[in-house]
Design a protein around this ligand. Structure first.
Ligand code: SF4
Length: 510
């Protein structure tokens, strides 16, 4: 991203000028690059965002390859909106009143000092967001750990894909969102998408899926709604909300009973499979059908398609993850992946479809309750030593693990957290039990919200600070990965890539 809005605003309005700069869409994890154009005449200012398919950009942006969806094309309208906050607002006599930055910072510093002097360093919490750049997430984490010295920092990731991250950590010992390069989706024989409407939420990912389908891959969509993505599926399983785990249990039952389990893989690469198999023996397909509202025959058909496929992909998203048992839902899907050995090679794997622009980078760079930058654990002495040395502080001065975002709000309710800084999040709207959250925020000694607009949370704040939009910001974001070398090698081994896909699938490895 580059910061250029200021540059545009400084242009002389008397002359007609046009400027084009490269930026990227702030909305989803695809992070599509685009060109942002501005034309200024003495009478009008026009803005337009367009995709770019020219070689240099495509090479710089191999994930989306010059594609852009309508959300990206319209993203600048919110950045250029006349209702943007432009000055700090401090609550005076009950009203948010414009003040100078000096007054705002003096007020902020004194309130933090007072709260920490009276209640201790952990009395102030920091609530970040998944749309911050990697650099901002890093700075926010450092600000909390070193400047404030509080252990209470987290971001809205737990409302997003943190259940998938925890499940992946438990199953693989690693959370990298996607186990393969994104283009591997095109090389697979069967894709299961659960709890995601990729066609509308990450439209520029669809060409990878359409490519796989064009070459004969099956698409299974698990979603209570008949979404645009579900309409493209070979099998749509309209699961009853909250019964995803039961549905996967039914599929696991078929996989085991009909012999689609990869016994060699399970033997060599997994642990405690006997416990899982013992559990699956007790599962009843009829019971799974009753719980999920999906006919047993449809569950069987889906399990057969995935089980018989040579390569398969499972993608999960918020529809599966945003539940009290979200971690176990994802663990069930990972059991499906591991039991069939569909992982660890091109065309086979698992992915948590990240929603927010930088959900992955946000937690990798230090704004998650149990982590330090670089995916280091805050309770690991060695990791603490490394980060303390870089930051020039003593290891023992770094705080310990905090609690997740929602639990921070609960601590505000009990009074353990007295002051909170919210950056790039709107917890009043996005948290579960919104009324309780509102009550918790009201109990705070002070609330600071940093946002582009006067959001529902900002309206409750004592101090509101205007934030920068993607057009005024600079930094890096973490999106899906691709390994062009893999695809290039793959393509080079084909005599003539046929649209039918038979030739593609004859090549087992790339
Ligand atoms: S796919 Fe996502 S990142 Fe790309 S333009 Fe659409 S919303 Fe923006």
């Amino acid at each position: 991203m580059t910061s250029f809005l200021r540059h545009f605003r400084e242009k002389d309005l008397k002359e007609t000028t046009s400027t084009t700069r490269k930026t990227q869409c702030p909305y989803c994890s695809m992070q599509c690059t685009m060109w942002f154009h501005e034309e200024r005449t003495p009478h009008a200012v026009r803005h337009k965002a367009t995709p770019n398919k020219e070689d240099p950009v495509v090479k710089e942006d191999p994930v989306v390859q010059g594609r852009l969806c309508v959300k990206g094309m319209e993203a600048h309208t919110h950045a250029l909106d006349s209702e943007r906050l432009t000055t700090p607002l401090l609550r005076k006599d009950g009203k948010l009143t414009p003040v100078s930055w000096e007054e705002a910072m003096d007020w902020f510093g004194s309130r933090v000092k007072k709260a920490q002097a009276r209640f201790g360093r952990d009395a102030v919490g920091v609530f970040g967001g998944g749309s911050l750049s990697n650099e901002e997430a890093y700075l926010l984490g450092k600000f909390a750990c070193v400047a404030l010295g509080t252990r209470y920092i987290d971001y809205n990731g737990p409302y997003c894909m943190s259940s998938a991250a925890t499940a992946a950590n438990q199953a693989f010992g690693l959370d990298r969102g996607f186990t393969n390069p994104l283009e591997d989706l095109s090389l697979t024989d069967c894709i299961i998408i659960s709890g995601a409407n990729i066609a509308e939420c990450q439209p520029t990912m669809m060409p990878y899926i359409r490519k796989a389908k064009a070459w004969g891959a099956s698409l299974i969509v698990i979603d209570p709604r008949e979404t645009v993505t579900a309409k493209l599926a070979d099998i749509h399983l309209p699961v009853r909300p909250g019964s995803d785990a039961a549905l996967v249990n039914g599929m696991l039952k078929v996989i085991v009973d009909e012999g689609y389990m990869d016994e060699d893989f399970v033997q060599e690469h997994t642990a405690d499979s006997d416990l899982l198999l013992e559990w699956i023996r007790m599962v009843s397909l009829a019971e799974a059908a009753r719980k999920t509202g999906v006919p047993a025959e449809s569950i069987r058909q889906a399990a057969r398609l995935y089980g018989q496929a040579k390569n398969g992909f499972v993608l999960t998203a918020r529809g599966v993850e945003q539940h009290v048992g979200g971690v176990m839902n994802v663990r069930n899907f990972l059991n499906l992946v591991l039991l069939t050995g569909k992982i660890g090679r091109p065309g086979s794997g698992y992915g948590a479809v990240t929603g927010q622009g930088n959900g992955q980078g946000g937690r990798e760079h230090g704004q998650k309750a149990d982590q330090l930058p670089g995916y280091r654990r805050i309770d690991n002495p060695e990791h603490r030593r490394v980060v303390a040395k870089v930051w020039g502080v003593e290891e023992q001065d770094l705080p310990g693990p905090g609690v997740s975002a929602y639990e921070m709000l609960r601590l505000a309710e009990t009074g353990e957290i007295q002051g909170m800084i919210v950056l790039s999040s709107n917890p009043v709207v996005s948290s579960p039990q919104a009324t309780l959250v509102e009550q918790a925020l009201k109990k705070l000694g002070f609330l600071v919200v940093i946002d582009l607009f006067l959001s529902e949370s900002a309206e409750m704040a004592d101090l509101v600070l205007p934030a920068a939009s993607y057009l005024e910001d600079e930094g890096t974001m973490t999106n899906w990965k691709v390994e062009l070398s893999c695809v290039e090698r793959f393509e080079n081994r084909l005599v003539k890539p046929a649209r039918t896909g038979a030739s593609w699938r004859r090549w087992p490895e790339c």
